[in-house]
Design a protein around this ligand. Structure first.
Ligand code: GRF
Length: 207
C-alpha cells in the first residue's frame, strides 16, 4: 500500500510510520510514497528527505493573498485534493496536519475510494479540535475526568468526528503535568497510528 502522509510539524508520528515500514509491522505491506506539509519549515520534511521520501509543500498564504480568504481557501482545498489524487495513494494519513479538511478536499478523495485517517490526541468526542491535551489536563485539574487518550479515526468533514479505528486510554495521575501527560499521549500515538495503518492495509487486498 502506498501512503501519502500529511504533516504540519515535527513529524514524530511520521517518523514512527517510516520506521515501521523499514523494520517494523508495516515492512513489506506499506511504504510512504510522499510527505506533504502546509508549512515549508516543518521538521517532518527533513525526516522524509533523510528517508529518501519525496516531499512537497502546499502553503495557504499565497492563495489567500491572491484570491482573498474565502475563495483562496476553496482553491487551496481543491488544489490540495488534486495534488493528493495525482500521487495515487492507497491511504492518506494525517499525522499532525493542522488544517481542517473541507468537503472540497474530502469529496474528490471519497469519490475515488481513497481513505483518509487522522491521529487525534484525545478520546472519541471528548476534546475535538486543537489543544486537546491541554484541555484534557484542565478538565482533570477541575476533577471532571481522570483519563484521556488518543485515537486514530477515519476523516469526515466533522472535525475529529469520524469513526474511530483504534483508541487507547491513558490515566491522568495527580502528579501529572501537561508535559508528562503529553509524553504519555505521544508515546501511545506512535503505537496506535502504526497499528491502525497495519490493520487497514493488511485487511485490504492491495496490501
Ligand atoms: C500529534 O499530537 C497529533 O495527534 C496532533 O499533532 C501532533 C503531531 O505531532 N494532531 P508530530 O508532528 O507527529 O510530532
Amino acid at each position: 500500500a502506498s501512503l501519502v502522509v500529511l504533516i504540519s510539524g515535527s513529524g514524530s508520528n511520521l517518523q514512527s510510520i517510516i520506521d515501521a515500514t523499514q523494520n517494523g509491522i508495516l515492512k513489506g505491506e506499506a511504504i510512504v510514497t510522499h510527505v506533504l506539509s502546509n508549512r515549508k519549515n516543518a521538521y517532518g520534511l527533513e525526516r522524509a528527505s533523510k528517508a529518501g521520501i519525496p516531499t512537497s509543500v502546499h502553503p495557504l498564504l499565497p492563495y489567500k493573498k491572491e484570491y482573498g480568504n474565502e475563495v483562496g481557501r476553496k482553491k487551496y482545498d481543491t488544489d490540495l485534493s488534486e495534488k493528493i489524487i495525482a500521487l495515487k495513494p492507497s491511504l492518506v494519513v494525517c499525522a499532525g496536519w493542522m488544517h481542517i479538511l473541507s468537503p472540497e478536499v474530502l469529496a474528490p478523495l471519497e469519490n475515488r475510494n481513497i481513505g483518509i485517517i487522522n491521529l487525534h490526541p484525545a478520546l472519541p468526542g471528548a476534546f475535538n479540535g486543537i489543544h486537546a491535551i491541554e484541555r484534557a489536563f484542565e478538565a482533570a485539574q477541575q476533577g471532571k475526568i481522570t483519563k484521556t487518550g488518543a485515537m486514530v479515526h477515519w476523516v469526515i468533514t466533522e472535525v475529529d468526528g469520524g469513526k474511530p479505528i483504534l483508541v487507547q486510554e491513558v490515566s491522568i495521575e495527580p502528579q501529572d503535568t501537561v508535559e508528562t501527560l503529553e509524553n504519555k499521549i505521544h508515546n501511545i500515538e506512535h503505537k496506535i497510528l502504526v497499528e491502525a495503518i497495519h490493520n487497514i492495509v493488511s485487511a485490504t487486498t492491495d496490501a
